[in-house]
Ligand binder design. Structure first.
Ligand code: CTP
Length: 408
């Protein structure tokens, strides 16, 4: 909530005293609060207390020349991130539902382009009256948010729904409204990789020894999958070519499941052209040379010789491919002299960037949720602090989007 701005309209009801605490709680959380006090509201709380607690002048009058000179009412209605009406009386709800604008509060509600959160408080019969319920239904259709009213004993002696929500519940509702806005903004903004195609490999490869045995490694696929998900969130068209992993396919990406290095290479080549290739898979360097169709049996001749042959290097192949993506990114999983090995791989495999990481047993990276990476490129080495693999993914996507924009 820190840094957010609330315009708080205080209506006339006994619950108005609670808004003084609401202002205090919001300010404690770094929210700046401007207040508008209706004529009726001023019967319950004073402008002086609201001004003192909010640290801002209180606005009361639609036709105040002083107020208008400082901040016009249209600007006032739009300068906040959220408009909160507390207590929202039956009268204020009726005005807002019908678009009346005959005082400062109702005019602001009509003029604002921001979300409005109503915090109703009134006598139980007033709340249950069909007219109020019609107005509430209309306001909900108009996209107005509500918190409360609560059930309970009322100042007028009656019992039932109509009590204003407790202050901390209002704070929670305000926080939820901010989050809703942030999500909506994220969805509206064109992603930083919108219109780009990204191919990512992830997980280990399995190289068969016979129909029941295989050579594999400990890669969990967590980092590659997180990058695929972050790229998809950034608006990219993502193809994830993944080896056998125990984690689900990321949301919003096309996933092709493969087992061996050769299958992985085939799926990547079939997916070209692309703007970015990221080889996050731990591709097995070797496979068993001769395919064994029957299960190997123990025999008098002792353990079989596997006769390993080298697998194709997918990263090097894509770096020198006819359809080479603009950016080719590899990983370097090392257990010692991490950066030096990564620099050698960058040269040898002719890629643009190597994400080097320490995968020694004590690093806890293999299978874990965190990673410490070093970005190695021709222009130098960038050391990133230890962070969640999802955070590495997000930061990497932002970095690659920037490189693409700069013409890589
Ligand atoms: N890679 C690949 N194809 C292979 C082997 C590796 O595409 N057959 C890619 C990986 O996806 C990674 C990068 O090359 O992006 C480096 O992988 P790594 O296993 O660290 O390096 P290797 O080239 O296998 O070298 P070494 O095992 O000797 O460290």
């Amino acid at each position: 909530m820190d840094g957010k701005r609330v315009l708080l309209i205080v209506g006339g009801g006994i619950a108005a005293y609670k808004v003084l605490d609401l202002v205090r709680r919001l300010r404690e959380r770094g929210v700046s609060v401007r207040t508008v006090l209706t004529q009726a509201g001023a019967q319950f709380v004073t402008p002086l207390s609201l001004a003192s607690l909010s640290g801002n002048p209180v606005h009361t009058d639609l036709f105040s020349l002083t107020d208008e000179a400082q901040m016009g009412h249209i600007e006032l209605s739009r300068s906040a991130d959220l408009v909160v009406v507390a207590p929202a009386t039956a009268d204020l709800l009726a005005k807002a539902a019908n678009g009346l604008a005959n005082d400062l509060a109702s005019t602001l509600l009509l003029a604002t382009d921001k979300r409005v959160l109503m915090v109703p408080a009134m006598n139980v019969r007033m709340w249950q009256h069909p007219a109020t319920q019609r107005n509430v239904a209309q306001l909900q259709r108009d996209g107005i948010l509500f918190v409360g009213p609560d059930d309970g004993a009322m100042a007028c002696g009656e019992f039932g729904p109509g009590r204003m929500s407790e202050v901390l519940d209002i704070v929670v509702a305000i926080d939820a409204a901010f989050r809703m806005q942030a999500r909506a903004q994220q969805q509206q903004a064109p992603g930083i990789l919108a219109g780009k195609r990204v191919i990512i490999t992830s997980g280990p490869t399995y190289e068969p020894i016979d129909p029941v045995r295989y050579i594999a490694n400990r890669s969990s696929g967590k980092q590659g999958h997180a990058i695929a998900e972050a790229a998809a969130r950034a608006g990219a068209d993502v193809l994830l070519v993944c080896g056998p992993v125990a984690i689900p396919d990321p949301v919003g990406v096309t996933c092709v499941h493969v087992e061996s290095a050769r299958e992985m290479l085939g799926a990547v080549e079939a997916g070209l052209p692309a703007d970015i290739y990221i080889g996050a898979a731990a591709v097995a360097d070797w496979r068993v040379g001769t395919a064994v169709v029957e299960k190997l049996k123990k025999g008098a001749s002792g353990p079989p010789s596997l006769g390993l042959v080298e697998n194709p290097d997918i990263l090097a192949t894509i770096s020198t491919h006819q359809k080479r993506p603009v950016l080719v990114v590899g990983f370097a999983a090392e257990t010692q002299t991490v950066v030096e090995h990564a620099q050698a791989k960058l040269k040898k495999k002719k890629c643009d960037l190597i994400i080097a990481n320490d995968v020694s047993a004590q690093s806890g990276v293999m299978g874990g949720d965190e990673n410490t990476v070093h970005l190695v490129s021709k222009s130098g080495v960038d050391h990133w602090p230890r962070m969640a693999k999802t955070a590495v993914a997000q930061r990497l996507v932002e970095h690659l989007a920037k490189l693409l924009k700069e013409g890589a």
